[in-house]
Design a protein around this ligand. Structure first.
Ligand SMILES: *[C@@H]1O[C@H](CO)[C@@H](O)[C@H](O)[C@H]1NC(C)=O
Ligand SMILES: *[C@@H]1O[C@H](CO)[C@@H](O)[C@H](O)[C@H]1NC(C)=O
Ligand SMILES: *[C@@H]1O[C@H](CO)[C@@H](O)[C@H](O)[C@H]1NC(C)=O
Ligand SMILES: *[C@@H]1O[C@H](CO)[C@@H](O)[C@H](O)[C@H]1NC(C)=O
Ligand SMILES: *[C@@H]1O[C@H](CO)[C@@H](O)[C@H](O)[C@H]1NC(C)=O
Ligand SMILES: *[C@@H]1O[C@H](CO)[C@@H](O)[C@H](O)[C@H]1NC(C)=O
Ligand SMILES: *[C@@H]1O[C@H](CO)[C@@H](O)[C@H](O)[C@H]1NC(C)=O
Ligand SMILES: *[C@@H]1O[C@H](CO)[C@@H](O)[C@H](O)[C@H]1NC(C)=O
Ligand SMILES: *[C@@H]1O[C@H](CO)[C@@H](O)[C@H](O)[C@H]1NC(C)=O
Ligand SMILES: *[C@@H]1O[C@H](CO)[C@@H](O)[C@H](O)[C@H]1NC(C)=O
Ligand SMILES: *[C@@H]1O[C@H](CO)[C@@H](O)[C@H](O)[C@H]1NC(C)=O
Length: 610
């Protein structure tokens, strides 16, 4: 960390306070255990995060990014099935913040989901402590700031859940575990990007692709300016690494490949897959994949690691390519020459879809529990609710450019949906989300889906836009059972994969095509169903599924947490928090002696107290 580069001018103070805060968190956690918030006996992992702006120049041009503890991307949360995770988030931004844990299911606990429908945003200068258990889960996920288009500026990081020691993993332990974040990137500030969308503009072509927060290796002197810092992955010959790749970008699908190396696909978003080699794989926005990669080449040079824009057209997209370097310890020189080819399928729209269909669940592998995953036979369960969700290209509603599902553009209410239910505030939302596309005019509404607890829902995504879309459901993994071009109809059910469709939480829908997922509504709570493409999401392409247990019991959902924030109709319940000195400094720009003095005072105070 360098002076002036992060909001903290006093790293030593931070570190000490970090330790103290962990001790505080420990006490909190015990209180939580007594209140039934988390199960006793399972280990705890504590994190103390300062979310702040930082200057960086990943594409050569200085801009403001969002860092966590001075890092961009943020740290990887590395935990094991059933651990309790406690993350104290200090918001040092100048606007509200929420962190969501994409793909981490938050069993019985939508209170910790970190989206606008379940949580009041953390005001600037305040901290808020997330606490949840990663019950019966394994896999590769990521977290990110869920509101205000902040993910366009960073704030993301990995979330890895390892198998417990007694549960076998369906492959030999790899020699290393590497996390890569790939994503399209704009040099424009996230607030300016927001302004563009508010003014009804499309965002256009991104300025590039970042890999782990860094720009491309200079593989082409015309396309890549000199002096850009790129990511290097250091490996040893003959070893096998697990590489977890997350597309954390705005809206661009990326084709991922490593020159001369096979990608052995092994896991996606919490499901072990049938292990198959790919020379390249399309990774859609919000998706996560684990590959096993064996360093079986002769290291005559370094190798390119590429993530390039997919399904795009025109020379403006030539620079939307991320390039990192795979460096063997015995490498004989730098990578040079052209990048490995992307699939040449401009005229073959089935290539990518066939690749997606080839991703299968390994039904004999154990997941989080000792029984094989496939012992849950989703194909023999009767569907109880069907929703056909159609999206269209953005359109004008009341003079504003909006994105829709079934002609409805979602309006987030001031009072989070789940809190409104808890405190019986009526009229915050309507449970009238249409089961089929409507024919009437489009409207803006807080309309959500009435999910039946323990029901089995079929969701058909029909993409009527000309751009590929990604959809994500919080709180659940769904089974991906089918996708094809054209309009879905009842006969399409004959083509479903009823046996080994993979269970995951983010899925692509090709333009002019449909994708169907099945989901067992066994997790009580209010859960966000959204476009994972940031612009479509921001413009209203989302809704929620409300799942309520009609039986009155405290066993199927955890109580509202003691530290819940209140806003909207419940704002008077909120106790004020004195903004943190450091955060105040970050947002008001006070610098120098006054700041150092206050830091020293707070440091001394901490030492005296503890
Ligand atoms: C994550 O944690 C596991 C288990 O504690 C450990 O074996 C592994 O090395 C850690 N991985 C990383 C990348 O730190
Ligand atoms: C903020 O963090 C402090 C410790 O750093 C903790 O005592 C306090 O409970 C936290 N506040 C909230 C609302 O989580
Ligand atoms: C599926 O998992 C089993 C059990 O761990 C393993 O033995 C097998 O190799 C895996 N099969 C494939 C095709 O990956
Ligand atoms: C670099 O990229 C430009 C623009 O795409 C292309 O015309 C040129 O041939 C490339 N140079 C090399 C050495 O590949
Ligand atoms: C994948 O490719 C590697 C070589 O890179 C090979 O050793 C391995 O057998 C292949 N695995 C499968 C399942 O095809
Ligand atoms: C290493 O492999 C490359 C590509 O497979 C090949 O062109 C080259 O001749 C090999 N070099 C040596 C020293 O074996
Ligand atoms: C690429 O764009 C041109 C004109 O902009 C269009 O004619 C062509 O059909 C497009 N190709 C694809 C594959 O979209
Ligand atoms: C599914 O429905 C059919 C009739 O519609 C019924 O015969 C069957 O028992 C049901 N299966 C389950 C698992 O409930
Ligand atoms: C929501 O669904 C439940 C059944 O799961 C039903 O009892 C209830 O009436 C529905 N509510 C509305 C407003 O449709
Ligand atoms: C959108 O829907 C209309 C009407 O059903 C259809 O004619 C058109 O082909 C669809 N376009 C796409 C891209 O799906
Ligand atoms: C659930 O817990 C709350 C407080 O913890 C208690 O007031 C309520 O009676 C409980 N409800 C049931 C059905 O047990």
């Amino acid at each position: 960390m360098r002076w002036g580069n992060s909001s903290s001018p006093f790293p030593l103070g931070r570190m000490l306070r970090g330790k103290v805060a962990s001790a505080v968190a420990m006490v909190l956690a015990c209180a939580g255990t007594m209140a039934g918030l988390c199960s006793a006996g399972d280990p705890y992992a504590f994190f103390d995060w300062n979310v702040a702006y930082m200057k960086a120049a990943p594409l050569g041009e200085e801009q403001q990014v969002i860092s966590i503890n001075g890092k961009f991307p943020g740290p990887v949360v590395n935990v094991t099935t059933n651990w309790n995770v406690v993350v104290n988030v200090l918001n040092s931004l100048d606007e509200p913040l929420l962190i969501t844990w994409d793909g981490v299911q938050q069993r019985k606990n939508s209170w910790q989901d970190g989206v606008q429908g379940t949580n009041c945003p953390i005001p600037p200068g305040w901290n808020w402590t997330y606490q949840f258990q990663v019950k019966d889960q394994i896999g590769s996920f990521f977290y990110f700031p869920s509101i205000n288009l902040q993910r366009a500026a960073g704030g993301y990081g990995g979330f890895t859940i390892n198998n417990r020691d007694i549960i076998p993993v369906p492959f030999d332990a790899p020699d290393g575990d590497i996390t890569l974040f790939v994503g399209d990137w704009f040099t424009m500030d996230h607030k300016d990007l927001r302004k563009e969308l508010d003014q009804g503009k499309a965002l256009g072509v991104p300025n590039g692709v970042l890999i782990n927060g860094k720009g491309p290796y200079r593989y082409n002197t015309t396309l890549v300016p000199a002096g850009i810092d790129y990511e290097t992955i250091n490996v040893h010959p003959g070893k096998t690494y697990r590489i977890r790749v997350h597309n954390v970008g705005m809206f661009t699908c990326l084709n991922f490949r490593i020159q001369s190396h096979n990608l052995l696909l092994s896991e996606t978003e919490g499901s072990y897959t049938v292990q198959q080699n790919y020379t390249n794989l399309d990774i859609f926005v919000g998706q996560s994949y684990s590959f096993l990669i064996t360093m079986d080449q002769n290291a005559s040079s370094d190798y390119y690691v590429v993530a390039s824009a997919r399904f795009v057209n025109g020379s403006k997209w030539d620079r939307v390519v991320g390039v990192a370097i795979l460096h063997y310890s015995n490498s004989k020189g730098k990578a040079s020459g052209p990048l490995p080819d992307a699939p040449n399928d401009v005229y073959d729209k089935t290539y990518s879809m066939n690749q997606a269909r080839s991703i299968r669940w390994n039904v004999t592998a154990s997941g989080a529990r000792p029984n094989p995953q496939g012992s849950f036979r989703y194909g023999s369960i009767n569907v109880t609710q069907v929703y056909v969700l159609k999206n269209k290209p953005p359109l004008l509603i009341n003079g504003k450019r909006r994105a829709t599902l079934n002609e409805i553009s979602y309006l987030p209410p001031e009072t989070p949906l789940r809190l409104a239910d808890q405190y019986e505030k009526k009229g915050v939302y309507k449970l009238d989300f249409p089961t089929k596309p409507l024919s009437g005019p489009s409207k803006i509404s807080t309309s959500i889906i009435n999910g039946t607890y323990r029901g089995f829902m079929e969701i058909v995504f029909q993409n009527n836009d000309t751009r590929v879309q990604s959809y994500h459901l919080d709180g659940y993994a769904f089974f991906v059972v089918g996708m094809d071009y054209g309009e879905w109809n009842e006969n399409s059910r004959g083509t479903y994969n009823k046996w080994d469709g993979v269970a995951r939480s983010t899925i692509q829908v090709y333009p002019g095509a449909w994708t169907v997922v099945l989901v067992s509504l066994d997790n009580v709570g209010t859960w966000n169903l959204r476009s994972e493409d940031l612009d479509s999401w921001y413009l209203g392409q989302e809704t929620y599924i409300r799942v309520v247990n009609p039986e009155s019991t405290n066993k199927t959902e955890l109580p509202v947490p003691d530290n819940a924030l209140y806003c909207g109709l419940l704002a008077e319940m909120q106790k004020q928090q004195r903004p943190h000195a450091e955060a105040l400094e970050a947002s008001s720009g006070i610098r120098g002696r006054q700041m150092v003095l206050s830091m020293v005072i707070s440091l001394v105070a901490w030492i005296v107290i503890f």
